[in-house]
Design a protein around this ligand. Structure first.
Ligand SMILES: [Zn+2]
Length: 267
């Protein structure tokens, strides 16, 4: 994993080999949920069943990458997007509504101007990371990521922050922005400003362009520094990966060894 012989590109970016060699924000977030599931996935021993939410997310991103990419995406995923009568499934009709909302807003479109799907690698706490940026604008020194969410102001309870938080913290987007900002800095020598272009699944969709107070990043840096060693030790085979005992991988591979008191059901 620490060898630098791997040639990362857009074809192999999401491959098991790339994930074995590099840490990424999604691998880190997944390992925070369950190390055992994440490492089984990285080794190719477990494949997450395809989810509609993930597909719709890719559909949204493809729409803003380029007309060509979007057309290709629709063609390759025709079965998932269209029913037998050639109409789009409800989730994709909703996604079209969200796409229109963003396209009709000049400010949103301004925040999405730049190079798409740019790959960088870098090093954080002695570990090699890979990132793929939705959109980066070198002229103006910013990068942005399109995120869909239920409602802009919905509250989520967070164990990580030990308080109520917005969807941005709940889905670890602050952590993502911190990692991206650092890796971009290592590649360009400049700290870029991160933005989230948020669009909601409401009818009609709501929208916002969000920026970050940079003091938020200190916490994320410390969090990654604290949590990363355990993942890396498990990844290198120095320790048994921690099992969450709740996810689909853990349920599918669980072997009972005893009873537990009912108190622990609500852990
Ligand atoms: Zn698990």
């Amino acid at each position: 994993m620490q060898q630098t012989t791997f040639q990362l590109n857009s074809e192999n970016y999401h491959s098991n080999e790339a994930n074995q060699h590099y840490m990424s924000v999604s691998q880190f977030k997944s390992a925070m949920e369950c190390e055992a599931k994440t490492l089984a996935e990285v080794k190719g021993e477990f494949t997450r069943p395809p989810s509609t939410a993930l597909m719709v997310g890719s559909y949204l991103h493809a729409a803003f990458e380029s007309d060509e990419v979007f057309a290709d995406f629709k063609e390759q995923n025709h079965q998932s997007i269209y029913n037998n009568r050639g109409n789009k499934y409800k989730d994709y009709e909703k996604a079209d509504d969200m796409i229109e909302t963003i396209k009709n807003d000049e400010f949103c479109m301004f925040a999405l101007q730049g190079e798409k799907e740019v790959i960088y690698t870098g090093e954080l706490f002695g570990v090699e990371w890979k990132i793929k940026i939705d959109n980066i604008n070198h002229d103006r020194g910013f990068f942005s990521d399109l995120k869909s969410t239920q409602e802009l102001r919905k509250r989520y309870w967070s164990e990580k922050y030990n308080t109520w938080v917005s969807f941005v913290q709940a889905f670890d987007y602050v952590l993502q922005m911190w990692v991206y900002r650092e890796i971009i800095f290592q590649n360009t020598g400049r700290y870029y400003d991160p933005y989230i272009v948020a669009v909601t699944k409401e009818t009609p969709p709501d929208k916002a362009v969000l920026h970050f107070d940079t003091t938020r990043f200190d916490f994320e840096k410390e969090y990654v520094q604290t949590m990363l060693p355990s993942i890396i030790e498990a990844k290198l085979g120095y320790k048994t990966p921690h099992r969450c005992d709740k996810c689909e991988y853990c349920r599918a591979t669980k072997k009972l060894e005893g009873t537990f008191e009912i108190e622990y059901l609500l852990d």
